[in-house]
Design a binder for this molecule. Sequence first.
Ligand SMILES: [Zn+2]
Length: 114
Amino acid sequence: MFKLPVCPYCNTVYSYKDVKNNRNKKEIECYHCKNKFKQRKIIGFSVLAAILLVIAVVFNLIILNLTAEFITSIIPLMAVSLVAVLLFMIINPFFTEYKKTNSKDIKKIPKNRF
Ligand SMILES: [Zn+2]
């Protein structure tokens, strides 16, 4: 389940750091074979994200019930939410998949735009 993505052309395994650095890129060039490919999120990721969110909400509710005063509950509430967000970010690269770029998916830029 927890595995890092590989290059769809040469099967080079990408490190956790590489995947994180490539996260915002639309198209990635393989550092090994120089082929270009896209990245996409594995469906299971959104499920896991939803579970994480539910856990965070449940924890928040527990903390709210345990602490009588609202002001004192703000800090643990924020801490739990922060941990949830951090966990979300940490597991993110494990749910990334690299796919070959299909030529039909590449958007054609109109030449006579200006
Ligand atoms: Zn490659």
